[in-house]
Design a protein around this ligand. Structure first.
Ligand code: AMP
Length: 286
């Protein structure tokens, strides 16, 4: 079919309308570009399930804090097109900021969608104030623009996944959210567009973040269920040059914090390597 690269909302709506008229199902994979094999797995999952896959590539200014990496976030549209097409995408939607937020001078100019406080009063929501408001806002807009039947989200951004599921339920979006497994390098490092910022040495240091999560997983398998002890097990294997921001434990069903691992749970970490902020998580207590 070939890949269509579309920058305008009106043009995308027209194209989707035509696909829908032909009875085709539509899958959406929202991304910020700089696509890697983690994104590829989402695009593949969508193209296996849906007739038409739309990959959005948009570095959303509204989800970045004032001192974050919005300006330097890697933008690689040419190679993104290749990866998207190879994995079965029909459309890349790559709007400009002016197309998505016409007339916006500051974030307070626009209507925002905010997740419930208890879901952001922890993990990344705590250190990145307003981040998930920005995420929910842009994802709502993408849902309204694309009107997909399915939308694919990676378990890499685990808090985001739970928040989006809650938003879809609370706001009655007629969309099925499909979670996709976290993809790692052979070293264990979780694939991330931000890995681009890491030097060779930084990468080696960063591998110890995933090692700390595997240490937690093993400790749980060995019967340790106290999260304080699990925290210590993680810190022991983390390279000293890693600056952990949080290691938190949440129930897999409710996404509420837990002190002991008695049911299926998630251990999640955010940490900086040479000021690059990385996140990772692992399923524990099967
Ligand atoms: P991003 O471009 O970083 O905003 O990510 C876009 C989507 O790709 C999100 O749903 C992420 O969770 C997902 N994603 C990013 N990295 C990975 C990975 N290593 N494994 C699985 N999904 C990922």
């Amino acid at each position: 079919m070939g890949l269509f690269v579309i920058n305008r909302i009106a043009e995308l709506r027209e194209k989707i309308k035509n696909f829908k008229r032909e009875g085709k199902s539509v899958g959406l994979v929202p991304t910020m570009g700089c696509l890697h094999n983690g994104h590829a797995s989402l695009i593949k999952a969508s193209s296996e399930r849906c007739d038409v896959t739309v990959v959005s590539v948009f570095v959303n200014p509204v989800q970045f804090g004032p001192n974050e990496d919005y300006d330097k976030y890697p933008r690689t549209l040419e190679s993104d097109k290749e990866l998207a097409e190879k994995n079965g995408a029909a459309i890349i939607f790559a709007p400009s900021v002016a197309e998505m937020y016409p007339g916006m001078n500051k974030f307070s100019d626009i209507t925002m969608v905010a997740p419930p406080f208890h879901m952001v009063d922890m993990m990344c929501g705590k250190s990145r104030t307003g981040h998930f408001d920005g995420v929910c806002t842009v994802v709502s807009k993408l849902f309204n623009i694309v009107q997909p039947d399915y939308a694919f989200f990676g378990m890499k951004d685990i808090q985001q996944l739970y928040i989006i599921k809650k938003m879809v339920s609370d706001l009655n979006f007629p969309i099925e959210i499909v979670p996709c497994p976290l993809v790692r390098e052979e070293s264990g490092l979780a694939l991330s567009s931000r890995n681009k910022y890491l030097s060779e040495e930084d990468r080696e240091i960063a591998v110890s973040i995933s090692k700390s999560l595997f240490a937690i997983q093993n400790a749980v398998k060995n019967g340790i269920i106290d999260t304080k002890k699990l925290f210590d097990a993680a810190i022991t294997v983390m390279d000293r040059r890693v600056e952990p921001e949080y290691i938190e434990f949440v129930d897999r069903k409710t996404f509420e914090p837990v002190d002991t691992i008695k049911k299926p749970a998630i251990a999640a970490v955010a940490a900086r390597v040479n000021s690059v902020r990385l996140i990772d998580n692992i399923l524990i207590g099967e």
